[in-house]
Design a protein around this ligand. Structure first.
Ligand SMILES: Nc1ncnc2c1ncn2[C@@H]1O[C@H](COP(=O)(O)OP(=O)(O)OP(=O)(O)O)[C@@H](O)[C@H]1O
Ligand SMILES: [Mg+2]
Length: 288
């Protein structure tokens, strides 16, 4: 089914003048400043930007895990002050409970979310269905320390999807996965999101992933005091198919826009500078 704009007109999630300053030994560190973003119901928004610019911090503020120092976040006309079951988070580093099995980790989230409304059999079916989506049915009884990093990440994704949240917050969810599994999960995510009209905010470092999945790509400036540099609207029809898009000129145009933002407009000058310095040092040492 093709997503129409009428399905996502109301602002669902609103970030207004969001800023945050962390106390550090050297004094307050302003990580974010003046972040303004209105996200509509059912919209898929990606955040992209260089390492350390503040992407996870934005996500954690929306999740209610950090409090903004200035401004704030409104979800469904209510201010976000703490975490809530309508916002599921897939963390950058999986956050499974180590004493529970794969099955139990997902079951716990489903039980909390269903609030006693699902029968035992319904819970079991739903947990199994979501673990099947991420190809983890073979490891239901394993504990997190018995499975690989990519597998843990997949269980984290299953747990978030199983909660059927209104807002799905994902911090580099597919970063640790092999290319095939990643493609499979990206496709499943697009399908699930279209079916449930979930609002998604996803952090990624992968330009292709951002263009394939997003309605808008939010590109962040480098920190400190990072903010939104540009927002790119990806106007490609849905459903989207990676193979068809590979040769699509608009797809490649969007890719180019993001690459140019990252590697021309927001080039990490300090990093290049320090690399040059290192090279110079090595040369001097070699000739000494
Ligand atoms: N609790 C904290 N105390 C002090 N500084 C922090 C804290 N959390 C984050 N920061 C700083 O805020 C900045 C943004 O961090 P953040 O984790 O949001 O970056 P990121 O864009 O997610 O990076 P990456 O792509 O590497 O995950 C960094 O400079 C980081 O060192
Ligand atoms: Mg991060």
């Amino acid at each position: 089914m093709q997503k129409t704009n009428s399905g996502m007109q109301k602002t669902h999630l609103e970030l207004t003048q969001v800023g945050i300053s962390f106390p550090t030994e050297k004094g307050p560190f302003v990580a974010l400043q003046n972040v303004n973003l209105h996200i509509k119901k059912g919209e898929f928004v990606s955040l992209i930007g260089h390492s350390g610019c503040g992407k996870s911090t934005v996500l954690n503020i929306v999740a209610g895990l950090h409090q903004a120092t200035t401004g704030g976040v409104i979800l469904n006309h209510k201010e976000v002050t703490e975490p809530g079951p309508e916002r599921a988070v897939v963390f950058q580093n999986h956050s499974l409970l180590p004493w529970l099995t794969v099955y139990q980790n997902v079951e716990l989230a489903v039980k909390q979310q269903s609030d006693g409304k699902k029968t035992k059999a319904e819970i079991r079916d739903w947990v199994e269905h979501n673990l099947e989506l991420v190809h983890m049915s073979h490891a239901l009884d394993k504990r997190p320390n018995e499975i690989s990093g990519g597998m843990k990440q997949r269980v984290g994704i299953a747990r978030a999807l199983a909660m059927q949240p209104e807002v799905l917050l994902m911090d580099e969810p597919f970063g640790a996965l092999d290319a095939l599994t990643r493609a499979h999960l990206q496709d499943s995510l697009m399908e699930i999101q279209a079916q449930l009209n979930t609002t998604v905010m996803m952090i990624t470092h992968d330009v292709d992933e951002a263009v394939l999945l997003s309605d808008r790509i939010v590109m962040m400036t480098n920190g400190p005091a990072a903010t939104i540099g540009e927002i790119l609207t990806v106007d490609l029809p849905r459903p989207r198919h990676r193979l068809q898009l590979a040769d699509d000129p608009s797809y490649n145009h969007y890719r180019h826009q993001v690459l140019s933002f990252l590697y021309e407009k927001q080039r990490k000058v300090e990093d290049l500078g320090s690399k040059r310095e290192k090279k110079q040092q090595n040369k001097t040492q070699a000739s000494a």
